[in-house]
Structure formats: C-alpha cells, structure tokens
Ligand binder design. Structure first.
Ligand code: AP5
Ligand code: MG
Length: 214
C-alpha cells in the first residue's frame, strides 16, 4: 500500500492515517508534522517554514521535497507508506512521481477524504493535539475524556498555531487554488478513489479499508 491521502484542511487525513498506521503498521509521512517538528527544533528550515505556515500559505517546494525524499528512502517505507498532506500542488505531484519511479515504488492509490466545506471550520478551530503522541481530539466532536490531557498517553493537549479562523480561511483558499487540481491529476492516472469523510471516525475508517481493498 503506497498511498496519498487527499483532502481539505480538517477533512480527517491525519485521523485516518493514524488508524491505518495502528492497524497495518506502515508509516504515515505527514509533511505538516515534519514541518512542525522542524519549527519546534528551531532549525533554519523550521524558521523559514513557520513564516509561511503562520500565514496559511504553502512552504516552498524545495524544502518539502527534500524532506519527503529523505523520509521515503528510509527502510520502513519499503513495505508501503501513507503520504498525508503531500503532494499539495501539481509540481510536487510530478516530483513525487519521479522520485517514486527512481525508487521503483509507484503509488497504488490517491484516496480523497471528502467533507463539505462548511464543516471544516469547526473541525479545525476545535482541534486539540497531544504534544507527546500526536493523537488528535476535537472539543466539539471527539473530546478527550481527560480534559486537557490525552486519552491515549496522558500527554498535554495543544492548539495548532494555524488553527485560527483567519489562517484557516487562507488555508482553505490555498487548498482550492493549488491542491484541488490534484483530483484531476490522479484521476487521469486512474488511481483516484474517494470516501466520504462525514460520520463517525470508525465508520469512515471502515470505508477507507474497503476502498483500499484491505
Ligand atoms: P498540514 O499539517 O498538512 O495541515 P492541513 O492539510 O491543513 O490538514 P490538517 O492537518 O489541518 O487536517 P487533517 O485533514 O489532517 O485533519 P485531522 O485528522 O487533524 O499542513 C499545515 C501547513 O504546513 C500548511 O498550511 C503549509 O503551510 C505547510 N505544509 C504542509 N505540507 C505541505 C506541503 N506538502 N507543501 C507545502 N507546504 C506544506 O482532523 C481535524 C479535526 O477534525 C480534528 O480535531 C479531528 O479530531 C476532527 N475529526 C476528524 N475526523 C472527524 C469526524 N469524522 N467527525 C468529526 N470530527 C472529526
Ligand atoms: Mg493533518
């Protein structure tokens, strides 16, 4: 299984990717998580990335492609991977195809998680993430039973810097303009599949597994 998860900010890409990781033991490669780790580490790359992320804009292709290439070459990707939040525009998709051709591991599927636009704002403003294990919760839809601590590991929950209403609006605009064309890109390659991202997380996961033939 070598898949790309497509979907708007807040559609549940990370939530579904984590369930695939738990069940099928293949790694999730989230460029957002990799970038946030670089920001937290205070590297030069992290500082450059943070300026774009805080505005809701895309980080430069060169930064993201370098990170992804390095990650895909690691041993744990040999049995498959889930790309979450990458590619984000057509030039990243073309670069990914080249990278994967040279590694002899072409994509098996681009799976889109579809959620109506009007639901996304509440999902994003309500999101809380565990600092320790990365598990996502939502104060409106799936709160942790331990308040501001993680249900899974007791870690502290935090709100992402880019989950502010103004930044979310910009992220959604950027998604429509730059990422939505990827539906066409993968549709033409004949590997595009989709699931509804509305309903319970477990229901959606069961459909994800069905669509992926798992
Ligand atoms: P990134 O981290 O990729 O963010 P995103 O694409 O905006 O997506 P999100 O992580 O916000 O949403 P998600 O679909 O993962 O939803 P989640 O599962 O958390 O990117 C952040 C920034 O980094 C970008 O803006 C850009 O600057 C930069 N960047 C990243 N990749 C890049 C790239 N390739 N190129 C250039 N720049 C890049 O769920 C959301 C919430 O909903 C949670 O609270 C969750 O609990 C809840 N939820 C999930 N499922 C359900 C459900 N079924 N019902 C109700 N609530 C639900
Ligand atoms: Mg995510």
């Amino acid at each position: 299984m070598r898949i790309v998860l497509l979907g708007a900010p807040g559609a549940g890409k990370g939530t579904q990717a984590k369930k695939l990781v738990d069940k099928y033991k293949i790694p999730q490669i989230s460029t957002g998580d990799l970038l946030r780790a670089a920001v937290a580490a205070g590297t030069a790359l992290g500082k450059e990335a943070k300026a774009c992320m805080d505005k809701g804009e895309l980080v430069s292709d060169s930064i993201v492609l370098g990170m992804v290439e390095e990650r895909l070459k690691q041993d744990d990707c040999k049995n498959g991977f889930i790309l979450d939040g990458f590619p984000r525009n057509t030039s990243q998709a073309e670069a990914l195809d080249k990278m994967l051709a040279s590694l002899n591991m072409p994509l098996t599927c681009a799976l889109s998680v579809d959620v109506p636009f009007e639901d996304l704002m509440k999902r994003l403003t309500g999101r809380r993430t565990c600092k320790a294990c990365g598990q996502m919760f939502n104060v409106y839809f799936n709160p942790s039973t331990k308040g501001n601590s993680c249900d899974k590991c007791n870690g502290e929950l935090f709100q992402r810097d880019d989950d502010k209403e103004e930044t979310i609006k910009k992220r959604l605009e950027v998604y429509n303009a730059q990422t939505a064309p990827l539906f066409d890109y993968y549709g033409k390659k004949g590997i595009l599949k989709s699931v509804s991202g509305t309903g319970s997380i477990d229901e959606i996961f069961s459909n994800v597994c069905k669509v992926l033939g798992l």
